[in-house]
Design a protein around this ligand. Structure first.
Ligand code: ASP
Length: 605
C-alpha cells in the first residue's frame, strides 16, 4: 500500500509505537473541545484513533483544527504518545495511545450529514437515500465484511471440491421458478424481449449436458414479485449443479460448505450431518415446511380423542377423515387475556383465511378449579372423558393455553397452527439469545400440487424436478398428489436457506412432466426446445441446489432484514432511493425499442 496518505490505519497503533512519528488519514468521527485543546476521534475502515491538537505545542495547527467538523476527511501527522494517566479507553483497541498532531491537511470538507451516523433509530428510507453515509457505520461495515468472508469461504470450498465457477447470461429467456419475469426489450429484434433470469436453472443443467460436471456461481437472480417483508427484486444465490450425484451427495456437500463457512466466518462449529425430516413429518409436527426446531410446542393429533364426540364440528371432521390438532402454549394464560385471544383469532382469519381459532385457557389463580377453570368457547360441548383424555394427551395444566385447528384438509390445519406456534414462541420468548443454530433438511416434498385457481397441477419446486423412483407407479396411475420429489430444502432456525433437487435428465420423462403441468407440445417447442433437444444428446444424471446468499448472511450476522447485508438494496416498493430508480425514460428511447407506455396519468404509480 502506498504511504502517500498514511503510515498506519486507525486501528494499528499500540503502546509499542509511542515516540514514533506517524501519518493517519480518515474521517472526523467526533470532535471535543477541552478548553482550547481539540480531541478528534479519527475513523477509517479499520477503527478509531484519538488525535489531540495542543495549542501550546503546535499553535497554527491547533487553530486550524477548530474548524473541523464531523465527516471531514483529513490527514494528520503526529507523534504517538501515551494517554495521560487514567484517560486510557479500554474499549478501543488503540485506547492506550493518542497521536499528538504536528500537521493537519484537510483533504475534503463535509456538509453536516442528514442524520447522525451512529443513531440506530434513523428512518430506513433516509438511510437508503444516503446509503453511502449509512455504509460508513460500524455495523454496516461489519455486515459487508462478513458477506465477503462468507463468499470467499464458499469459493474456496467449492474450488477445493472441484467445482468450476461459470457465469451464465443475464439477458436470457424465461425460466419457470414461480415468479413474474423482468423483461428487457430487444432493440435489434423489435417486439422481442429477453427475460432476466429468475435463476440460472436451465443453463446450469445445460452445463451438465455439456460435460462440465461440477458448476457453481455466485449468481444474481431477478424476480418481479410484490415485495413482501423481506424480499428483493434482485438477490444473490450460491448456485450449484453437479453430474453423477444423488441427493445425499448434494446434501453432504452443502453440510460441508455450511460448516466451513461458519467456522471461517464466525469461528463457530456446527454439527453435521443435519437431521433429515420428511415434508409430511415437518408439517405434522411443526406446521411448517421450514420448521424452527429450536423450541417444542409441537402439533398433537387429537382425532382419536374426539372420535365419538357430541361436538358436531369435531365429529363431522373425524367422520370425514379430516384433521384435528392442537398445540399447548405452556404458561401463556397470563400473557393472553380473552381480548388478546380475540385479536389472535382476527389475525388468523385475516392473514391466513382461517375460519377461527378455537382455544382453551386454563385460568390460574381463580376461584374455579379443575375443568371449571377452563375458559373456552367450545369446551361446553366436551364430555368429562374427552376433557381428561385431552388434558393427558396435551400435558395441559393450570396456566396453559391450548389452540386447536380442525378441518377436512390436513395442510391448512398444520399451516395455521404452525403460524400460531411461531407467535407463541415470540410471545413466551422460547428461543434464548444464545441458542445454537438449528440446521435441518426437509426432504421428500410433494412433486406436484393442485392449484384450484388455475384448475391444474403445478410444480411444487420447478418442472425439472425428478419424481422419486418408488413413486413412479403413482405418477403412471395419475395419482399426482401422492408423488414425492427428490427435492430437499436446507433450513436454519426456521428460515429456508435454500433448496434443490435431483433433476429429470430423460427427454421422455421431461415431456411427460410438461404434459401433466399443462404445457402443450407447441408451448414445449416454443419455450423448452433447447432443453429437450439437449436431453436427447446424452444428458448425464444430475442435480443441484441454490442457497440464498442474502438470507444466509443476514442470519449469520444476526441482522433483522436482508437489506442490512446488501450494499445497495431496494426498499419495499422496489425503488432505489439513492439513485431514484426505476425512472421514466425519454420518448425517443422507447421509440427505438418500439415500445409505447399505456400508463395513463391517473394510473397509480
Ligand atoms: N433453481 C432453484 C431455485 O432458484 C434451485 C435449484 O433447484 O437448484 O430455487
Amino acid at each position: 500500500m502506498s504511504q502517500k496518505y498514511r503510515t498506519h490505519t486507525c486501528q494499528a497503533l499500540r503502546p509499542e509505537h509511542i515516540g514514533q512519528t506517524v501519518q493517519l488519514a480518515g474521517w472526523v468521527n467526533s470532535r471535543r473541545d477541552h478548553g482550547g485543546v481539540i480531541f478528534i476521534d479519527l475513523r477509517d475502515r479499520e477503527g478509531l484513533t484519538q488525535v489531540v491538537f495542543r495549542p501550546d505545542e503546535f499553535l497554527a495547527i491547533a487553530e486550524k483544527s477548530h474548524a473541523l467538523r464531523g465527516e471531514d476527511v483529513i490527514q494528520v501527522t503526529g507523534s504517538v504518545a501515551a494517554r495521560l494517566g487514567g484517560t486510557a479507553n479500554s474499549r478501543l483497541a488503540t485506547g492506550a495511545i493518542e497521536v499528538v498532531a504536528s500537521d493537519l491537511v484537510v483533504l475534503n470538507k463535509a456538509e453536516v450529514p442528514p442524520f447522525p451516523l451512529d443513531d440506530p433509530k434513523v428512518n430506513e428510507d433516509l438511510r437508503l437515500e444516503y446509503r453511502y453515509l449509512d455504509l460508513r457505520t460500524r455495523p454496516m461495515q461489519e455486515n459487508l465484511r462478513l458477506r465477503h468472508r462468507i463468499v470467499k469461504a464458499t469459493r474456496d470450498y467449492l474450488d477445493e471440491a472441484g467445482f468450476l465457477e461459470i457465469e451464465t447470461p443475464i439477458l436470457s429467456n424465461p425460466t419457470p421458478e414461480g415468479a413474474r419475469d423482468f423483461l428487457v426489450p430487444s432493440r435489434l429484434t423489435p417486439g422481442h424481449f429477453y427475460a432476466l433470469p429468475q435463476a440460472p436453472q436451465q443453463y446450469k443443467q445445460l452445463l451438465q449436458v455439456a460435460g462440465l460436471e461440477k458448476y457453481f456461481q455466485i449468481a444474481r437472480c431477478f424476480r418481479d414479485e410484490d415485495l413482501r417483508a423481506d424480499r428483493q427484486p434482485e438477490f444473490t444465490q450460491i448456485d450449484i449443479e453437479a453430474s453423477f450425484v444423488d441427493e445425499v451427495d448434494i446434501q453432504t456437500l452443502i453440510e460441508g460448505l455450511l460448516a466451513r463457512v461458519f467456522r471461517e466466518a464466525k469461528g463457530q462449529e456446527i454439527p453435521v450431518p443435519f437431521p433429515r425430516v420428511p415434508y409430511s413429518e415437518a408439517m405434522n409436527r411443526y406446521g411448517s415446511d421450514k420448521p424452527d426446531t429450536r423450541f417444542g410446542v409441537e402439533l398433537v393429533d387429537l382425532a382419536d380423542v374426539f372420535h365419538a364426540s357430541q361436538f358436531k364440528v369435531f365429529r363431522s371432521i373425524v367422520d370425514g377423515k379430516g384433521t384435528i390438532k392442537a398445540i399447548n402454549a405452556k404458561g401463556a394464560a397470563e400473557a393472553l387475556s380473552k381480548e388478546q385471544l380475540k385479536k389472535w383469532e382476527e389475525w388468523v382469519k385475516t392473514e391466513f383465511g382461517a375460519k377461527g381459532l378455537a382455544y382453551i385457557r386454563w385460568k390460574s389463580g381463580s376461584e374455579a378449579t379443575g375443568f371449571d377453570a377452563w375458559e373456552s368457547p367450545i369446551v361446553k360441548f366436551f364430555s368429562d372423558e374427552e376433557k381428561a383424555a385431552l388434558a393427558a394427551r396435551m400435558g395441559f395444566e393450570d396456566g396453559d393455553v391450548l389452540f386447536f385447528g380442525a378441518d377436512l384438509n390436513w395442510e391448512p390445519v398444520c399451516e395455521i397452527l404452525g403460524r400460531v406456534r411461531l407467535r407463541v414462541s415470540d410471545l413466551l420468548k422460547l428461543v434464548p439469545a444464545n441458542t445454537p443454530p438449528h440446521f435441518l433438511w426437509v426432504v421428500d416434498f410433494p412433486l406436484l400440487a393442485f392449484s384450484p385457481e388455475d384448475n391444474k397441477w403445478v410444480a411444487v419446486h420447478h418442472p425439472f424436478t425428478r419424481p422419486k423412483a418408488e413413486d413412479m407407479p403413482l405418477l403412471e396411475a395419475g395419482e399426482y398428489g401422492k408423488v414425492r420429489a427428490v427435492a430437499y430444502d436446507v433450513v436454519l432456525n426456521g428460515v429456508e436457506l435454500g433448496g434443490g433437487s435431483i433433476r429429470i435428465h430423460e427427454k421422455e420423462l421431461q415431456t411427460k412432466l410438461f404434459g401433466i403441468l399443462g404445457v402443450s407440445p407447441e408451448e414445449q417447442q416454443e419455450k423448452f426446445a433447447h432443453l429437450l433437444r439437449a436431453f436427447s444428446f446424452g444428458a448425464p444424471p444430475h442435480g443441484g441446489i441454490a442457497l440464498g446468499l442474502d438470507r444466509f448472511v443476514m442470519l449469520a450476522a444476526g441482522a433483522s432484514s436482508i437489506r442490512e447485508v446488501i450494499a445497495f438494496p431496494k426498499n419495499n416498493r422496489g425503488a432505489d432511493l439513492m439513485t431514484q430508480s426505476p425512472t421514466e425514460v425519454e420518448y425517443k428511447q422507447l421509440r427505438e425499442l418500439y415500445i409505447q407506455s399505456t400508463r395513463k396519468k391517473e394510473d397509480k404509480l
